[in-house]
Design a protein around this ligand. Structure first.
Ligand code: ZN
Ligand code: ZN
Length: 289
């Protein structure tokens, strides 16, 4: 029995709801007149299904922005719904469904860092968490998500935009009525390119493609702020003119036992995370000089 109320549901404009929790990742719920669509399912530590059903009883479609555990481990709670993910990320999803790979995610949640490279930790598991059930959930059947697909929910139109880089199959949803882009992890103060990722060259293509796309602002999955389209230029500058000496070594939630390389935009330091123009990307190997 998963704890109810683990998730907070915040109504936004346009019949869209943002669902957050101690997991540190947001999910977006779009409620049309005919159908509802849940974008991502988080780590699935609490009763996400009850949170969604507290908002709508409409037929539900689930879309995963990508196959990382913090965006799709809750899929099992929606086994009776169509669940869409780009095929290039199915391997990642199945990896995180194996008990031996779920146990580290669960143990990580018992001592989740309070920020990237923070030394403080907290236990974010609900009190009644069933460890065996969580680590033995069956994977759901996936349907392929492809560039240009349209989800018409009745008054809400969402178009799939492929954004490979952070993972090979990363996708965003463009809300046509507002021209807002729900971007998953393809935009972030720290662009993680070190697990199930595409080559850096692919991510650079994605950034250029997004620059040419007609949209107004981006909704990242790990931030409460909207991102202006201009951050794409900051990312491009950071990643196409990397400062090979401006990096720190640290582990992230995604790879807690590894020391990865976080390259910071030239002219900035790791302490400048809130400064306008800050950008960084995280690699598993150092840049070859
Ligand atoms: Zn991710
Ligand atoms: Zn994430």
């Amino acid at each position: 029995m998963l704890r109810k109320n683990y998730y907070n549901v915040t109504p936004c404009a346009d019949n869209i709801y943002r669902i957050g929790s101690s997991e540190g990742v947001f999910m977006d719920l779009f409620v049309g007149s005919e159908t509802a669509l849940l974008l991502d399912t988080g780590m699935g530590l609490g009763d996400l299904r009850a949170a969604v059903r507290s908002v709508t009883q409409l037929p539900l479609i689930v879309v995963n922005t990508h196959g990382h555990y913090d965006h799709c481990n809750g899929n099992s709670q929606f086994a009776d719904c169509p669940v869409y993910m780009h095929e290039a990320d199915w391997t990642a999803y199945r990896y995180y469904c194996k008990p031996q790979n779920r146990i580290p995610v669960m143990n990580g949640a018992k001592m989740k860092k309070t920020g990237w490279n923070s030394t403080k930790t907290q236990n974010i598991l609900p009190k009644d968490f069933d460890e065996y059930a969580y680590t033995h959930e069956a994977p759901v059947d996936l349907s392929p998500l492809e560039d240009g697909m349209i989800f018409d929910l009745g008054g809400i139109t969402l178009e799939v935009v492929e954004t490979p880089g952070h993972t090979k199959g990363s996708c965003a949803l463009l809300h046509r009525e507002t021209k807002n882009l729900y971007i998953g992890d393809a935009a972030n103060a720290h662009i993680v390119l070190c697990i199930f990722n595409a080559p850096v060259s692919e991510y650079i293509k994605t950034l250029n493609r997004l620059k040419a796309l007609d949209f107004l602002q981006m909704r990242p999955a790990h931030d409460t702020n909207w991102y202006d389209k201009s951050v794409l230029d900051d990312y491009l500058d950071c990643i196409t003119h990397p400062d090979a000496h401006n990096f720190i070594r640290a582990s992230s939630d995604a790879r807690p036992n590894e020391q990865d390389y976080m390259y910071i935009r030239h002219g900035y330091t790791a302490a400048d995370g809130q400064r306008p123009g800050f950008a960084s990307f995280i690699l598993s190997q150092p840049i070859q000089l």
